[in-house]
Design a protein around this ligand. Structure first.
Ligand code: JDQ
Length: 242
């Protein structure tokens, strides 16, 4: 997979080199290319030079803040998007990013993350590339507001790349974990068996694999009921004392 990131803050992505992604890149499973959007802002839409390399302008219709210019984004994306490439635009108004979407994106030949700032990118950019037959996804990490697309893109890159076959080296640890079975993970413990007066549950020391599996399944269900009831089917029972 090839990952391109277009941003006015390319330095932000230097940390990609030291994160988990470093391993995937070493194995040549992922190539990342981070681009400075302003490199496509050297000339204005009318062809005259723009020494300021302006990427934003006031919103039509009025209102606070600035909007990123479609002409600059168009030049950048025309250069960077390849055949089969998926255009991912982080946005607080996007569809939710989920493990299922991460899994889907992990088989794309190219992901292009268009990281906006200010009030976001002129809406015609997404519309134009969708019209050209590009798969365009406006994606939200969650229901909270960030200052730009960079943090969201970074989280998505990490979630996607670790699903690329051959990446983690242990396929089981991916299959077993949170969200692949729709429940939260069970709690994990390691040595020492007693720490600051807190003991590891006896069943985990018992060596009884069947009982361990049953306890973990119960923990997953009770945690999910308590912390993320939205993940359970409507009224999964539970009884009077649940
Ligand atoms: C951008 C902004 C509109 C704040 C500019 C580009 N999950 C998620 N939260 N916030 C974002 C994603 C996000 C993504 C891209 C962004 C925020 N902003 C700032 C834009 C309204 C409020």
């Amino acid at each position: 997979m090839r990952i391109d990131v277009i941003t006015i803050f390319p330095e932000f992505f230097q940390v990609l080199d030291v994160s988990l992604l470093g391993k995937a890149r070493q194995a040549a499973l992922v190539q990342t290319h981070v681009h400075q959007l302003r490199e496509w802002a050297a000339t204005k839409a009318d062809g005259t030079p723009d020494p300021h390399r302006t990427v934003d302008d006031a919103p039509f219709g009025g209102g606070a803040g600035m909007v990123m210019k479609p002409d600059v984004w168009g030049k950048a994306l025309d250069d960077v998007l390849q055949d089969g490439g998926v255009l991912v635009i982080p946005s607080p108004a996007g569809v939710r990013f989920t493990q299922a979407l991460a899994a889907e994106l992990s088989s794309a030949p190219q992901l292009v993350f268009a990281c906006g700032r200010y009030e976001g990118i002129d809406a015609r950019v997404a519309e134009h590339y969708a019209q050209q037959g590009v798969r365009v996804l406006e994606v939200s990490l969650g229901d909270y507001v960030l200052n730009g697309g960079e943090v969201a893109a970074f989280a998505m890159i990490e979630a996607v790349t670790r699903l690329i076959p051959g990446f983690m080296g242990n396929a089981e640890s991916i299959v077993e974990e949170s969200h692949s079975d729709g429940l939260l993970e069970y709690p994990s413990y390691t040595r020492p068996a007693s720490w600051r007066g807190l003991d590891v549950p006896d069943v985990l020391l018992s060596g009884h694999h069947g009982k361990v599996a049953q306890w973990r399944a119960e923990q997953q269900l009770s945690r999910t009921r308590e912390r993320r009831p939205d993940l359970l089917p409507p009224d999964a029972g539970g009884g009077l004392d649940a």
